[in-house]
Ligand binder design. Structure first.
Ligand SMILES: [Zn+2]
Ligand SMILES: [Zn+2]
Length: 416
């Protein structure tokens, strides 16, 4: 037997409705906010992620699925959704079109991680990207989009926001951070020692216990924001209030990726037994330029679909089940099955959800199977029904039966 690769998962037919529910809810919310779908390839040139995600991040240094293709090109399976959308935005000249470009995506993503609970090597993300608008209202609207989705899915979440400034004010802050961490360097974890020179901001969100203790006293970026960044952050906060979105400020939120500027945010599940980040995002005004495009402001977020489903399951959120067949047509013998097949064909053409027996079961077994499927009606066709040109239709809910002529079948079931 050939097994599924480590860190991947099948979505079995009986569970697919959960995925469909989350995805259709995401699409519905996207529509309310005028976000259009963007689909980009599963793999890209490795350089895109090195430049777009930042080559000091864990994602790029340790976790990418990178390989040489037969043309000796370095190819990488996308580790996240933003870089591909940004590449496409530049390549298709969307910056010269009508802005903002408001987009969403639903995509698989790949990271070579140590498999552990809730962490897969192939996972799926819903993400939003808004390119071309620099105002704080756009940040707030993007956050409100995530808020609307999470609430619609029935999750109990708390929103944490922060500002990590612009390259100008962050340079000053980075100096202060380095001065703060320098005397503690020896006590920091291996990763933080490496980040210290290249990306000191990342030391703030390290999850290692020793680092966390040291972090607690680190200076806050909010005290170093330049006047423009400060004004932007104040406006984001007041717009969130206007949108009815509650938030808390957490100056430890910096995001793991290098291209973020100003607003960063995380939604954390507050449900007992299902804590943790379910959605994260922010503004990344430097990304498009870093990828060779013009200077185009950008803001967005991503949410892991598997993670959303786990939290929904753990907190007992009810997910609407898949639709059940309206009618199951049971045939008693070969000739009756032919009739059932023909009527099912007519019903489906008329848009009625119909099913028949494919396993040559007895009528009794067909009833049992129809019940398992959750069919609302079972229509039985036997010798006498063939003669009368009418089938015996049983309402599985009430138990009542009535005769429905073959001729009337489409009209009868179309209304049910
Ligand atoms: Zn600034
Ligand atoms: Zn650390």
């Amino acid at each position: 037997m050939i097994n599924i690769p480590k860190g991947t998962k099948d979505v079995l037919p009986q569970d697919a409705y959960k995925w469909q529910y989350v995805e259709s809810t995401a699409r519905e919310i996207a529509k309310l906010f005028n976000l259009k779908e963007m689909r980009t390839p599963t793999f890209e040139h490795t350089e895109l992620f090195q430049r777009g995600v930042g080559d000091t991040t864990d994602v790029v240094t340790k976790e990418m699925y990178t390989f040489k293709d037969k043309g000796d090109r370095s190819i990488t399976l996308k580790p996240e959704g933003t870089a591909g959308v940004a590449r496409s935005f530049i390549e298709n000249g969307m910056g010269g079109g009508v802005l903002p470009a408001k987009m969403f995506y639903i995509t698989p993503a790949f990271r070579y991680e140590r498999p552990q609970a809730g962490r897969l090597r192939e996972f799926h993300q819903f993400g939003v990207e808004v390119f071309g608008a620099k105002g704080a209202q756009t940040d707030a609207e993007t956050i409100a989009t995530a808020d609307a989705l999470l609430k619609k899915l029935g999750l109990q979440v708390k929103l944490y926001i922060n500002s990590i400034g612009c390259p100008a004010c962050r340079a000053e802050y980075n100096k202060e951070l380095k001065a703060f961490f320098e005397p503690h360097l020896e006590n920091l974890c291996y990763d933080c020692k490496n980040r210290f020179e290249k990306n000191p901001l990342r030391l703030l969100d390290c999850k290692a216990e020793d680092c966390k203790k040291i972090n607690a006293n680190a200076p806050s970026m909010l005290d170093y924001l330049c006047s423009d960044c400060k004004e932007h952050f104040e406006e984001v906060k007041s717009c969130l209030t206007l949108a009815g979105v509650d938030y808390e400020i957490d100056c430890r939120i910096v995001r793991g990726l290098d291209y973020y500027t100003r607003t960063v945010f995380e939604f954390v599940s507050t449900a007992i037994g299902a804590q943790g980040t379910v959605c994260a995002g922010g503004r990344y005004d430097g990304l498009i330029q870093q990828l060779g495009g013009a200077s185009v402001p950008a803001v967005g977020f991503a949410a892991g679909i598997e993670r959303l489903l786990i939290v929904m399951e753990q907190t007992g959120v009810s997910i609407p089940e898949a639709e059940k067949p309206t009618v199951y047509l049971a045939g008693m013998n070969a000739e009756c099955r032919q009739k059932a097949f023909a009527i099912a064909s007519q019903l489906r053409k008329a848009g009625v959800f119909a099913e028949i027996d494919h396993m040559e079961r007895s009528v009794k077994a067909q009833f049992k199977y129809a019940d398992k499927l959750g069919a609302k009606y079972v229509a039985v066709i036997g010798e006498s029904e063939l003669e009368e040109k009418a089938m015996n239709v049983k309402n599985m809910g009430s138990g009542e039966s009535e005769k429905v002529s073959f001729e009337n079948a489409v009209a009868y079931f179309s209304e049910r």
